[in-house]
Design a protein around this ligand. Structure first.
Ligand SMILES: C[S@@+](CC[C@H](N)C(=O)[O-])C[C@H]1O[C@@H](n2cnc3c(N)ncnc32)[C@H](O)[C@@H]1O
Length: 435
């Protein structure tokens, strides 16, 4: 069957879709990698503009005239300590700072505390925010030590709006926000303290001035740069973040496969170590870790590492990066449980460095007790021709012939054949068990 698939994959027969052509150009270095918008914005920031002109640009030309009313729960944390939200996130290694709702942030947290002690203030998220600004080489509204942090926090608690600076006209600076690209949320550029007071007073909307040009968050940028997602607004595994809610599609639900795996492991009393091969940013690593397995991932795209650490709290080193074939071939380590999802068909389609038989042999060798595997199949619209004959029956047969497992169980199809991918997925999950 595989020979037939390979015959049909002769280059002349390969249909070059727009996406694949784009991918090929990127891989050949002929098209730039990463999101175009982010690069343009960065280039814009790097243009040497005299300070006066930059202020004029920022305060007059780049702002929409007048105020707009926005729901406070659509405002995300932004600029701190004189740095943009992105700079602050980078300097303090907190990728998700600009993905955090203002109402869940440190300013609101402080205002909700009743009569906090100095120690409590310093240990609170607000105290830690100020400390992070200082440790990153700056200050927090002039505070450069613990005494300054506590004094500042107390003035916020007393109701003094910290960011208000009288303009030359005598009027107060407006609360300034920027729309977040691909999202109905806004990033706060100036006014966190005033907005936090409004939220704690129970107000649900705020009058703000907004910039014309949208910003992107570091989380959006990293996702758009992941090689597998290829600049599409897609999440291959679930990530919860406010600015992804409107335009990002979660392609794979993952929970259905997790449930099947954990059920089988519980029934068989299997515990111990776990490796997810081609782990993406590590949803399965995090979830299997939560069930008590000593979980690790292996992924070719290095961006999976910061994404997994920020979004799922994975430990440093929990996802190893590199080519699965090379890493498995050079390691003798055996894991009690191994999974490999949606990788095998790329080898069947001739896109791997070895054939599919060699890949499953490596997975077999790395597995102590059970291997979970799924692969693209012929029932999917995008593989109807290229994977003709590659279905649950032939896949099970392939696994029986090319591995040493005593039991191969078909745990049934996934639940991902839903719009916009109603004609795709429905991949069967196989458990290959040592007996
Ligand atoms: C279709 S995604 C599947 C992600 C994940 N296994 C899942 O099902 O949720 C394929 C993933 O495999 C990774 N990948 C592709 N080829 C690889 C290789 N040779 N070694 C390691 N990772 C690879 C890609 O970067 C991508 O994250």
């Amino acid at each position: 069957m595989l020979d037939e698939v390979r015959r049909r994959l002769h280059p002349r027969r390969l249909r070059s879709t727009g996406r694949r052509a784009k991918q090929a150009l990127r891989k050949a270095g002929l098209a730039p990698a990463g999101p175009v918008y982010g690069r343009l914005a960065d280039a814009g920031r790097a243009v040497p503009i005299p300070p006066k002109a930059r202020v004029l640009l920022s305060t007059v030309l780049l702002r929409r005239p007048g105020h707009i009313t926005v729901p406070i729960d659509r405002l995300l944390l932004g600029a701190q300590g004189g740095w943009t939200a992105r700079e602050f996130a980078e300097r303090t290694d907190d990728l998700l700072w600009p993905s955090t709702r203002l109402i869940d942030g440190p300013h609101v947290d402080l205002l909700r505390r009743t009569d906090p002690s100095d120690e409590e203030i310093l240990a609170s998220p607000y105290g830690r925010l100020a400390r992070r600004c200082i440790d990153a080489g700056g200050h927090y509204f002039g505070a450069r030590d613990d005494a300054g942090i506590v004094a500042g926090a107390r003035s916020l608690l007393s109701g003094e709006p910290r960011e208000r600076r009288p303009q030359q006209s005598g009027r107060l600076d407006p609360i300034l926000v920027a729309p977040i690209r691909g999202s109905d949320h806004y990033q706060v550029l100036d006014g966190h303290h005033r907005l936090a007071h409004a939220a704690v007073r129970g107000e649900t909307t705020a009058r703000v001035v907004t910039k014309w040009l949208p910003v992107t968050t570091p989380l959006q940028d990293l996702l758009l740069r992941m090689s597998w997602l290829d600049g599409t607004k897609e999440l291959y595994q679930p990530i919860e973040a406010p600015e992804l809610e409107q335009s990002w599609t979660t392609v794979r639900r993952c929970t259905d496969r997790l449930e099947k795996m954990t059920k089988l492991l519980a029934e068989r009393g299997i515990t111990g170590s776990y490796l997810d091969v081609a782990s993406c940013y590590g949803w399965f690593v995090a979830e299997m870790g939560r069930t008590g397995l000593d979980a690790q991932g292996l992924e070719r795209d290095p961006l999976a590492v910061p994404l997994g650490r920020a979004t799922y709290g994975l430990r440093e080193g929990q996802i190893g990066t590199g080519d699965a074939v090379e890493l498995l071939a050079y390691s003798d380590r055996v894991y009690d449980v191994v999974s490999c999802f949606s990788l095998l068909h790329h080898f069947v389609l001739g896109r791997g460095s070895v054939g599919p038989e060699a890949l499953v042999k490596l997975l077999d060798r790395a597995t102590g007790k059970v291997l979970f595997l799924d692969t693209g199949q012929e029932n999917e619209a995008w593989f109807r021709t290229s994977l003709e004959g590659w279905n649950a029956g032939t896949i099970a047969d392939f696994l029986r012939r090319h591995t040493t497992f005593g039991e191969i169980i078909d745990l049934g199809p996934d639940d991902d054949a839903r719009p916009p991918y109603a004609d795709n997925y429905g991949r069967h999950l196989f458990a290959c068990i040592r007996t």
